[in-house]
Design a protein around this ligand. Structure first.
Ligand SMILES: NC(=O)c1ccc[n+]([C@@H]2O[C@H](COP(=O)([O-])OP(=O)(O)OC[C@H]3O[C@@H](n4cnc5c(N)ncnc54)[C@H](O)[C@@H]3O)[C@@H](O)[C@H]2O)c1
Length: 358
């Protein structure tokens, strides 16, 4: 297996807590240099690897180390600009999510990716988390039938102010958090995304987003997320044409409900349910998807194959994000049935918006 020489850009919290420990466990990966605009931050790599060159400039990192690939965990504007620079130089590039701020910017990244022919990747670790992979195997198995509906609940308590110099808390939340959930809705929905309806409620500095997605396969997905919740939780349910329902609780337990379930001890009976859990000794990075996403990215480089969380794969997700933001800012199609009098009484309340896109 060929050794891939990588440059790290952005040695902040996400790199140090998740990506770097994963990279250090990975076979045939050599970290050849580290760049962070804060030089002291870049030097923190020496806690993990003693003789790696560090720099505060990406230009210098490229000249000094000539890496095969860059792995970035920076703010999105740096992901966008450095990814464009890397692609122009023919260097493979993996960026943490979000890769950029808008659909237009993502389209520019996709175009540059097609022109350069390098392998690109975005850190959509939920998609590679062990329970999500298990859920995909279960729902693709013949006895499950066709997926008819996906329900996703992503409860968060932040951000309650705009991030990264943006002026919208809604866009910041969608890019920082809901991007994972929207991407999962699209992954499990299957086929083309053909319709979106969305509504945003606000109270003080928090918000709740409801979105309904429709796919060409006939599958629907509904998404409830926002920052109004007490803490982070994530769960999802998938209902099939054979009346099976699988439920994922907090990216951990999967419960499968079937109309009838047979065990050797009881024979066929109603109201039994099966449960799947990750193994207690599974590494945290494998369970949370960091190992899987990076491993598959590097495999795609070795085999010259498309990585399935590349820039292009995020186009439908960014279409949903744009649509939710546009519907919210245009205040089109206000829902008359939306009635939360206490919310309307505050000056920060937004009456909620619904829109359709086909
Ligand atoms: N996959 C996930 O679930 C997940 C979780 C947390 C964070 N993230 C993402 O990781 C990214 C980084 O988040 P963080 O919490 O580590 O932030 P952070 O601020 O702790 O780290 C970012 C680092 O990038 C450096 N930096 C900024 N601009 C740079 C540039 N132009 N060149 C080189 N270095 C630069 C900063 O100095 C800093 O050290 C964000 O995009 C965030 O959304 C993803």
């Amino acid at each position: 297996m060929a050794v891939i020489r990588i440059g790290i850009v952005g040695l902040g919290a996400q790199m140090q807590e998740n990506l770097l420990p994963t990279l250090l466990q990975m076979p045939n990966i050599r970290i050849v240099g580290v760049c962070d605009i804060t030089a002291a931050r870049a030097a923190q790599i020496h806690r993990f690897l003693s003789d790696v060159p560090v720099t505060a400039s990406v230009d210098e990192l490229l000249t000094l180390t000539a890496p095969d690939a860059l792995v970035l965990a920076c703010p999105p504007q740096a992901h966008r600009d450095i990814a464009l620079q890397a692609m122009r130089a023919g260097i493979h590039v993996f960026v943490e999510k979000p890769p950029c701020f808008t659909l237009d910017e993502l389209e520019a990244l996709v175009l540059a990716n097609r022109q350069s022919g390098v392998i690109t990747g975005v850190g959509m670790n939920f998609k590679f988390a062990k329970p999500i992979r298990q859920l995909r195997d279960m729902t693709q198995a013949a006895p499950f039938g066709r997926t008819l509906h996906v329900q996703l609940n992503h409860y968060a308590s932040k951000p309650r102010a705009p991030l990264w110099g943006l002026d919208s808390t809604l866009r910041s939340f969608l890019l920082a958090q809901a991007i994972h959930t929207i991407d999962l809705g699209i992954t499990f929905g299957g086929g083309e995304l053909t319709g979106i309806r969305s509504r945003v409620q606000r109270y003080d500095d928090s918000l709740i987003v409801n979105a309904e997605l429709v796919f060409s396969s006939g599958t629907t997905a509904s998404l409830l997320c926002g920052t109004m919740f007490p803490y982070f939780e994530f769960d999802m349910k998938i209902v099939s044409s054979t009346s099976m329902m699988v439920e994922l609780d907090n990216l951990w337990n999967i419960t499968i409900h079937e109309p009838e379930h047979g065990t050797r001890a009881t024979g066929t009976a109603k109201r039994w349910r099966g449960v799947w859990q990750p193994g207690p000794l599974d590494s945290g990075y494998e369970r949370s998807g960091y190992y899987g996403e990076l491993f598959e990215f590097f495999e795609a480089i070795r085999k010259r194959e498309t990585f399935n969380a590349n820039f292009e794969s995020l186009l439908p997700t960014y279409r949903v994000i744009e649509q939710i933001c546009a519907a919210d800012s245009q205040d089109i199609g206000v829902v008359q049935t939306f009635a939360l009098p206490t919310l309307h009484a505050t000056s920060t309340a937004n009456p909620g918006v619904v829109s359709n896109v086909l």
